[in-house]
Design a protein. Structure first.
Length: 121
């Protein structure tokens, strides 16, 4: 049944991006391998040593799948964090450009003579 699922996904391109399709293919192939590993733990394989080695192979297959998926997720999270930091820095730079940093950039307001108090002495 898993083989038919792989063939179906290969023929019908349901994913919008190649990366998602590749990730789905990788996960399906890993599931396919895990199913065949589990079959080897039945009475189909009589040798205990072969089952022991298949157990280690199963562990490495699952660990590899987890490592690949976690690295893909971490890469996506890091991209989003970098984009967020860049956006925040751009906002801070825009605010800094609007506010003057020195007194030279500020305009001095000189009051009119009419507004000044008059000394009557």
């Amino acid at each position: 049944m898993q083989l038919f699922q792989l063939v179906y996904q290969g023929k019908v391109n349901a994913w919008t991006s190649k990366d998602k399709a590749r990730m789905e293919w990788f996960n399906e192939i890993t599931t396919f391998l895990v199913i065949y590993h589990v079959i080897c733990f039945t009475d189909f394989v009589q040798q205990q040593t072969a089952q022991y080695l298949m157990g280690w192979s199963l562990i490495f297959t699952i660990a590899g799948n987890i490592a690949v998926n976690v690295s893909i997720i971490a890469k996506q999270v890091l991209k989003e964090i970098c984009a967020s930091i860049k956006q925040r820095m751009a906002v801070k730079e825009a605010k800094a450009a609007k506010t003057p940093k020195t007194l030279k950039n500020r305009k001095m307001v000189i009051p009119n003579k009419r507004d000044m108090p008059v000394d009557l002495n």
